[in-house]
Design a protein around this ligand. Structure first.
Ligand SMILES: [Zn+2]
Length: 207
């Protein structure tokens, strides 16, 4: 990078990670998107199978959906901090005890992206909560769900296995809850490795 490019980076106004408009220097998203996100209501249910409680900070729409895309496809890591802040502030306290375990990425996906959105979100959340982080799950085979239809994903859940002993009480973290098939596979693997309680926390949920 030349000196002129460096200067232009310093003076260029920051852009909102959700809508791309200019926003305050220290902000990840603009005021308008912040207001829109603040109006979103969290979702809490008992399922999917194997999961004691599943909590999501917002439905998979609007600003929340844009942020998931910004983390997953544009690798905007400050977005993981923003997501974890929101989960930390909004999730009921009785759900938040335990060790944070990220939903494991499919190996080919991890290789092609070079980083792991669920892993980044889980690490940021563990830091916020002062909780331990235990990446104790791995996927076998391709396990690649992008491009498959919803029915396909339910029929062919990803194969997930423990890489060691699982924590007794788990906060299982992913960016999006879609069919629940992945969370169920994770929960089965965790319980086979000693987990007694599995709470799923996701930033968004597709309804
Ligand atoms: Zn915005």
């Amino acid at each position: 990078m030349g000196p002129l490019q460096a200067v232009s980076l310093l003076v260029a106004p920051p852009l909102c990670a959700a809508c791309g408009r200019t926003c305050r220097a220290e902000a990840v998203i603009c005021t308008r998107c912040s207001r829109s996100l603040a109006a979103e209501r969290p979702l809490l249910t008992g399922g999917p199978q194997g999961i004691d409680s599943a909590w999501s900070s917002a439905s998979h729409e609007g600003v929340a959906r844009s942020l998931v895309g910004a983390l997953k496809f544009r690798r905007l890591l400050p977005v993981a901090e923003l997501m974890s802040d929101r989960i930390h502030w909004l999730a009921p306290g009785h759900l938040l005890g335990g060790t944070v375990v990220p939903v494991p990425p499919a190996p080919p996906r991890l290789r092609s992206r070079g980083f792991d959105p669920a892993g980044e979100l889980a690490a940021a959340l563990a830091s916020r909560l002062g909780a331990d982080l235990s990446p104790c799950l791995a996927r076998r085979g391709l396990g690649h769900q992008v491009g498959h239809g919803r029915a396909d994903r339910i029929a062919r859940p990803p194969q997930i296995e423990p890489t060691g002993e699982a924590p007794r009480s788990v906060l299982l973290v992913d960016d999006v809850l879609t069919t629940g098939a992945t969370l169920t596979s994770c929960a089965m693997a965790l319980r086979s490795a000693g987990a007694k309680r599995v709470v799923a926390l996701t930033f968004t949920r597709r309804l």
